[in-house]
Design a protein around this ligand. Structure first.
Ligand code: ADP
Ligand code: ASP
Ligand code: MG
Length: 808
């Protein structure tokens, strides 16, 4: 014999009930089928009762809906010859329901006893109908299962119940259908087993009849590594021990009602969790044996919200025996269920996690118990923290493994999740901890990603600036997204994007095909502070902020962003070239927080320059000298000037080609190159400031003052003079290169004439070249050469930084 329990969704629609019928008919065993109320009916009935009490009215529409759901089910699925008989039974029960609700409305009063009179009616209705659909015998759980009078969550009297069930099933063959959830007390008044209690009913029958297995049929493919509604990557666990299943459900995994396990555990009856909608899926087996070897150490993660943490602390508690006993006695007297306990070994504080609903009575009970100590300052009173959640990871094999807690808290710390309290059972079956509910989603995501073999890793990007570089980056992301996912198991999602006018967010990922339209249509006006605030509030795991602006205001927010444990990829040079103290603080913060601050594209666009410096230094080399052409714009200009193309024209061509900074004066003044040299030197380990670098301008200082038009006109006036110099240079077979040189004693950026044979001579278009003289590369410096400007290579460099963060 087997017990099959079908939950609310499984019996919630005509289509699913047909599946239930198929499942039942495919079994070749005697069966007890336990059913829940049709999906949503229990909630509806309880709401009707509560609304009747508070508003003193009776809602006919709600009553009609409940009636129609059941009548339609009968009309569609019950054989015609039984329909009128069943309809009459159902109508009688519905009349009872409506009578009680009318009574509640009249009195304006609702006790738990009355709630239990109506609460279980959904199961009474559904079971009668389903028995007829299956051609099975109906058994009345309300009579068979006996409980105390603790309405809403009554305690089962197993002696009487087992005897009742065994008696009812003597000689039974075939299929029986019985309602879940319902029971009755000594005086035969209806009671219920607690919300979700039909699973428990299944276990009660299973244990009483000592069946071969209990099958819980529900709407997911089994017990999963986490709640699939929160963690999309959660997957089905093949096997769990009773203890593991009990822990996971106790800490919030709704798939099975916690008390269910105990009766079947005692009898070692195997439990299956199966999906009614996909019966061919293997599901989860819960059993007695502990499996070693291939099993994962951590089986699952679950959580409970609406938690309050009460902390009793004070020097007067140290070494005083009996404090915790008094605390727990007080809580138990007030009927407060303690979910988690955490005590510091110094004994000067003890924290208990309880449900929010119990917070008031718990704090009153504790305050009155310790009134004397609080009054005399021995105990500092009770700290009450609300809006918390408990998260637990569970696995029996944790006992034999060191380092789980270390890994766990490292993952949480890196993601900026603050832990309010921790508890580990002495059985080492679970580690549970308390976090702010606002951090819950992030906690579940990072822990799941850290401990389970998830099929892919996720990165959530917040992009600021969609000009040439940012826009190009989005195009590249669009092209690569699928490939990264398929080949590297990396899901890169754009979850936020902003330009200077609008901002747009979507936790599920912004559609890259239409991002521009969606952004333009977005209601939200943008400024960088607002954007960063929103990003921090969203509290998304594995977040990366990408700065494709040239804005000082945006750079001012980097510290705040890193503090929020969000990594930064910056094409913007402002931060890395600001005051050394600021730069250093950002770098240090990133290291301390375990986040990344990458800005490879600040120098040489997509060329791997900064990463090379880092590799050299980390492997023990020392950079002695840097010589470089670092301005793609200037190199392009000096390569383009000819008898036909004067200086002024070459400058505007560089802008049109997307090489120059938005304001070309930053390039022409040498300021851009100076910033790059500053960054190179700093990354090489030297504490340099802007004023340590000598900038020799090749354009008169006066042109850089005032309006941009002043600059443009001034340059035109220089065209002839430059052409004269250019001719002389060409005749001598030399070229102009704007070269940056760093040496510990002196750093200069200046326009130089280079001869044929120099490494700087053959440098086409907008290319860059960097020569590093190091302790290892002394005689022949290391060279890196290639495209040093352009939106596409810069965007590619940004992309490369993001991939480095993903660490694939
Ligand atoms: P039923 O009505 O069949 O009793 P429930 O809604 O009570 O179904 O339980 C199934 C639901 O439990 C799933 O739809 C899922 O959303 C939720 N759930 C929470 N944690 C887990 C988990 N670890 N594994 C599977 N389901 C879970
Ligand atoms: N119908 C009850 C509830 O919704 C019991 C159950 O379905 O398990 O809580
Ligand atoms: Mg359930």
């Amino acid at each position: 014999m087997k017990v099959l329990k079908f939950g609310g969704t499984s019996v919630g629609s005509v289509e699913n009930l047909r599946k239930v019928k198929q499942i039942v008919e495919s079994q070749n065993d005697d069966l007890v089928v336990i059913v829940s109320a049709l999906g949503g009916i229990t909630d509806k009935i309880l709401t009707m009762a509560k609304t009747a009490a508070t508003t003193r009215t009776f809602s006919t529409t709600e009553m009609m809906e409940v009636t129609t759901r059941h009548m339609t089910t009968i009309e569609t699925l019950v054989p015609v010859e039984f329909q009128s008989e069943i309809k009459e039974i159902i109508q009688n029960k519905l009349d009872d329901l409506s009578g009680i609700i009318h009574g509640i409305a009249l009195l304006g009063e609702l006790t738990n006893r009355t709630l239990d009179r109506v609460g279980g009616l959904g199961e009474m209705l559904s079971s009668v109908i389903i028995a007829k659909i299956l051609g099975a015998q109906w058994m009345n759980s309300m009579e068979l299962i006996k409980t105390d009078s603790n309405f809403l969550k009554a305690e089962v009297d197993f002696d009487i119940t087992n005897a009742n069930i065994q008696k009812a099933f003597i000689g039974f063959k075939g299929v029986a259908v019985a309602p879940g959830f319902v029971a009755s007390n000594e005086s035969n008044e209806p009671t219920t087993l607690g919300r979700g209690g039909s699973d428990f009913t299944g276990a009660i029958y299973a244990a009483a009849l000592n069946v071969d297995s209990l099958e819980i049929w529900t709407d997911v493919n089994g017990f999963m590594t986490a709640d699939p509604r929160v963690i999309r990557k959660a997957y089905t666990i093949d096997y769990l021990t009773y203890a593991e299943a009990m822990e996971l459900s106790h800490f919030g995994a709704k798939v099975i009602y916690p008390p269910t396990i105990l009766p079947v555990y005692r009898k070692k009856i195997p439990v299956w969790i199966k999906n009614t909608m996909q019966p061919e899926e293997a599901g989860t087996l819960i059993g007695h044996e502990r499996k070693y070897g291939k099993e994962r150490i951590i089986k699952g993660i679950s959580s409970i919200s609406s938690i309050t943490l009460l902390t009793l602390h004070g020097a007067g508690m140290v070494g005083v025996t009996g404090t915790s006993m008094r605390l727990f006695t007080a809580l138990s007297r007030a009927q407060v269920n303690v979910i988690l306990i955490s005590q510091a070994s110094s004994e000067n504080s003890i924290s208990v996690a309880i449900s929010d609903a119990d917070a008031q009575k718990a704090s009153e009970a504790v305050n009155s118990e310790f009134e004397h100590e609080i009054k005399h300052g021995l105990i500092n009173g009770l700290i009450i923290e609300k809006e918390l959640s408990i998260v637990a990871i569970v696995g029996e094999n944790m006992k034999e493994s060191a380092g789980i807690a270390g890994k766990l808290f490292n993952i949480l710390g890196k993601n900026g999740v603050n832990i309010r309290a921790i508890a580990q059972g002495a059985s080492e079956l679970n580690i549970s901890w308390v976090v702010k509910t606002t951090d819950l989603r992030k906690t579940l995501n990072v822990v799941h990603e850290g401990f389970f073999l998830t099929s892919y890793k996720e990165l959530n990007l917040f992009l600021m600036g969609i000009g040439t570089v940012g826009g190009n980056f989005i195009q590249q992301l669009k092209q690569q997204q699928e490939k990264l996912f398929v080949e590297k198991r990396l899901k890169v999602k754009l979850v936020g994007v902003a330009n200077s006018k609008k901002m747009l967010f979507d936790r599920d990922g912004i559609d890259l095909d239409n991002y521009f339209d969606s952004l333009s249509r977005s209601e939200e006006l943008s400024n960088s502070k607002k954007y960063v605030n929103h990003m921090i509030e969203m509290n998304v795991f594995n977040s990366v902020f990408i700065d494709c602006t040239a804005s000082e205001t945006v750079a001012e927010d980097y510290q705040r962003i890193l503090d929020a444990r969000i990594s930064i990829v910056a094409a913007n040079k402002v931060a890395a070239s600001s005051a050394y103290k600021k730069y250093k603080l950002l770098k240090d913060t990133a290291v301390i927080n375990g986040t990344k601050f990458f800005f490879e594209t600040n120098v040489g666009a997509g060329l791997p320059i900064l990463s090379t410096i880092n590799d050299l230094i980390n492997s023990g080399d020392k950079i002695l000298k840097i010589q470089a052409v670092l301005s793609g714009t200037l190199n392009y200009i000096f390569n383009t000037i000819s008898s036909e193309i004067p200086l002024s024209k070459a400058i505007s061509m560089a802008k049109d080609a997307g090489y120059s900074e938005p304001d070309p004066r930053i390039d022409l003044s040498g300021k851009d190159v100076m910033r790059k040299l500053l960054i190179l030197a700093r990354e090489s380990g030297y504490e340099l400031e802007e004023h340590d670098i000598v900038v020799e301008k090749f354009i008169p200082e006066s042109l850089f003052e005032g309006e941009i038009s002043n600059f443009k006109n001034g340059i035109k006036a220089l065209d002839a003079e430059f052409e004269l110099l250019r001719k002389q240079l060409a005749a001598a077979n030399k070229k102009w290169r704007f070269i940056a040189t760093f040496e510990e004693e002196k750093s200069v950026v200046s326009l130089q004439e280079v001869e044929f044979g120099s490494p700087f001579y053959d440098l086409e278009g907008s290319n860059n070249i960097i020569l590093f003289t190091t302790e290892r590369y002394k005689e022949y410096p290391m060279q890196i050469k290639g495209y040093g400007a352009g939106a596409d290579v810069t965007a590619a460099g940004v992309f490369a930084d993001i991939i480095r963060i993903a660490n694939i």
